[in-house]
Design a protein around this ligand. Structure first.
Ligand SMILES: Cc1cc2nc3c(=O)[nH]c(=O)nc-3n(C[C@H](O)[C@H](O)[C@H](O)COP(=O)(O)OP(=O)(O)OC[C@H]3O[C@@H](n4cnc5c(N)ncnc54)[C@H](O)[C@@H]3O)c2cc1C
Ligand code: SF4
Length: 337
């Protein structure tokens, strides 16, 4: 048992001050506490941010939506504006974890959750993410859940979130506050590839607090699909997931396409130049397969996870086909949401 101090802060200034003195934020605690119990994380000071009042979903003047960092995953998934305007995000949230976890997990915590790599959790093994410079136990080890894109010799872990895959496809923005002021980070720049510093999951600076996430007005509410492939039908992380969204012209051709992959890289994987190739195309298995081949270009298996390359291609084609037909893989049931 590592001793730690626990304190509750009442406003953002107090939170930033505590973080500046080595404090570590805790929100729902569903990831951080697990890591503390496994001895992977050993913070000396826990700063409870649950009373900061960042638990609102608010409209933005440009037609978008602002989601407070402390909005719970369950509340967000069932929020009327998410159901009506951003069902892709609602489906991704409902595909994650279990009802109990979604009741606790927050938007900010979900963004910051750490990899589920077996070796990261096992302190008896080498892991550059947990102990920089110690090596990577996964390379040459069990790699069923590991990356096929964007990996490095130092780390082949993937980002495990479902929510973030939908937010990447929707072009969200992460708003943060820190000692040097406030700034906004485009979603694609928030998570990062491992390179030779896999200890950093994202581009948040030391002590910065996520305050909210903004969604732009375009929610792709009529043509979308979140397709999650996993070893169990529920309560399991994605082997591969796809957030697909389309906007069609009146003649049925594609005006705009968005696709993000989860479970394949250290960050939700998007390729805007490949998405642009779809503009003007007629939705078809042929055009979607061509797109999937471009999206997966350079994908490399790590042994056990070779199957993910073909799986990701097929899942992409399926999700895009569902989006084009207006028949998403799953929908949040408004009666129970
Ligand atoms: C058994 C199990 C199954 C799961 N399955 C899935 C799944 O299928 N899909 C999925 O997407 N997720 C899944 N999860 C992960 C779950 O979604 C995350 O644990 C949760 O979203 C984390 O949110 P939290 O508020 O509990 O974060 P916490 O545990 O409180 O914090 C996590 C990290 O975020 C930091 N943090 C929290 N809030 C902020 C903030 N506002 N600003 C800066 N830093 C912050 C903390 O310091 C900490 O480092 C699962 C978790 C468990 C335990
Ligand atoms: S893949 Fe990354 S998280 Fe997993 S053992 Fe290697 S360095 Fe650690």
């Amino acid at each position: 048992m590592n001793p730690f101090r626990y304190e509750r802060v009442q406003n953002i200034d107090e939170a930033l001050q505590a973080a500046g003195q080595g404090g570590r934020f805790i929100a729902g605690g569903t990831n951080l506490l697990d890591l503390m119990k496994e001895n992977v994380e050993r913070p000396g000071r826990l700063v409870d941010i649950n009373r900061l009042g960042l638990d609102q979903v608010e409209p933005l003047p440009d037609g978008g939506l602002r989601i407070g960092a402390l909005v719970r995953n369950a509340d967000l998934a069932s929020h009327p504006w998410i159901l009506e305007r951003y069902p892709l995000l609602g489906c991704a949230l409902m595909a994650g974890a279990s009802p109990q976890l979604r009741n606790m997990a927050t938007t900010g915590g979900n963004l910051m959750q750490r990899s589920r790599c077996y070796y990261f959790y096992d302190t008896a093994t080498r892991c550059n993410k947990r102990a920089p410079g110690s090596g990577c136990g996964a390379v040459g080890g069990c790699t069923r859940i590991h990356a096929i894109l964007g990996a490095s010799e130092h780390c082949i872990a993937v980002h495990p979130s479902d929510m973030c895959v939908a937010m990447a496809a929707l072009d969200a923005t992460v708003n943060v506050a820190g000692a040097r002021g406030r700034r906004s980070i485009p979603f694609q720049e928030f998570h990062r590839l491992p390179g030779d510093t896999p200890q950093y999951d994202n581009t948040l600076r030391e002590g910065e607090l996520i305050t909210s996430v903004d969604l732009p007005a375009q929610g792709f509410a009529s043509r979308y699909s979140y397709l999650k492939i996993r070893d169990r039908l529920s309560y399991a992380f994605a082997l591969v997931s796809v957030a697909a969204a389309l906007r069609l012209e009146d003649d049925g051709s594609i005006a705009e396409a968005r696709v993000a992959l989860g479970g394949v890289a250290h960050k939700p994987w998007r390729l805007p130049e490949a998405e642009r190739m779809l503009a003007g195309e007629t939705p078809s298995v042929r055009s979607f397969t061509r797109f999937a081949d471009a999206l997966l270009e350079g994908a490399t298996g790590q042994g056990d996870n070779e199957f993910k390359i073909e799986l990701a291609c097929r899942a992409t084609v399926r999700a895009l086909t569902q989006a084009a037909n207006g028949t998403p893989q799953s929908q949040v049931d408004k009666r129970i949401a």
